[in-house]
Design a protein around this ligand. Structure first.
Ligand SMILES: [Zn+2]
Length: 136
């Protein structure tokens, strides 16, 4: 059965997801930083006949490379993920958030990140807080 998580656990999960999104945004940002730092644009490369930037020009390109990588990282970080997944605790139906909170079974959809699955119904009463930290 599905039961509500505590607010502290939900908050920790949201922090973990933000850190994860930040890590994934920094990867493409770092990639673009390196590309802009070390490689010339196609027009400039065609004119000069070489794709790579010589060592004595690297320092001059750091600010623009940082700017390009930073913009890409911000875009990736702020990109809208899919609507959050929701679950009906009564019938266990899932769907992405669509603004309709009532399930066809009469239950009420909850954000899945605020819920956790427990195999024993009696776990919902007393020992749930002791087990909360072990949730994946
Ligand atoms: Zn339902």
């Amino acid at each position: 059965m599905w039961i509500k998580r505590t607010e502290a656990v939900v908050a920790e999960e949201q922090r973990r997801q933000r850190r994860s999104r930040l890590s994934w945004a920094l990867l493409p940002g770092a990639f673009f930083f390196l590309v802009v730092l070390f490689l010339r644009g196609t027009a400039e490369a065609a004119r000069r006949g070489e794709w790579t930037v010589p060592a004595d020009e690297l320092l001059r390109r750091v600010p623009i490379a940082l700017l390009a990588g930073g913009i890409i990282a911000v875009i990736c970080y702020r990109a809208k993920p899919k609507p959050p997944l929701m679950i009906c605790p009564q019938c266990e139906a899932t769907k992405h958030h669509d603004g309709v909170p009532i399930c066809s079974c009469g239950g009420r959809f909850e954000m899945i990140e605020t819920m956790k699955y427990v195999s024993q119904p009696h776990a919902a009463r007393g020992d749930i807080h002791a087990n909360e930290k072990q949730a994946p």
